[in-house]
Design a protein. Sequence first.
Length: 218
Amino acid sequence: MPSMGEWAARLRGEASSHFHLTDDEQQLRARAWRLVMPAHERSSFEIALSSLAHTRMLPAALQSSSISDYQRALVSGSFASQASRYNRLAEDANADRALLAPFRANAIRVVNADRVRLRTLDASTRVPAESRDPAQARVMENEGLVLWVCERLRFRLASYRYALDNLVVEMPSGEAVRAERAIMGLEAEINLVCKLPLIGVFGGEGVPAADRPVVYKG
């Protein structure tokens, strides 16, 4: 699947590097998996699309953009009471939040390594010309992955808020306070991840990811 995905990405005109992945790059992709997948396991069709996007078989633009998906999956299950649904929402938001600090630290290491990669590429006369394109493509893949994760995190946050508002309308409960606090905590962590100063291969140097349109998914 990854090999076919790289071929499909090239056909779409996306950057694709044949360089081996560093340990940090492999870990970044593994951490990104959970963050770009749908938040609810009942969203089977959306999970299939996201899986194909993650392997680059399909463009990530085909992922669902409907913020009601999570809410529909949340209320479709069998729960003992409305509190169980609120608890599930809070648990999902808290679980996402716990993943963001490690992802952010991982992304910083990858971005810093890419800065070294590009400086060496420009300064050294011992690097063959044929290494330039795959090196630059790898930087685009890495930065594109961070941008994609930020895009899906913003979507996930909107999905959680949509679910909470509709739960309150349908089944008002004091448990909504706990869910709201979890979502607010997640939003704070998302802001930290999506304001990382990236290299800027899709915009200006140091422009925060959240302020730049995602033009490529790595």
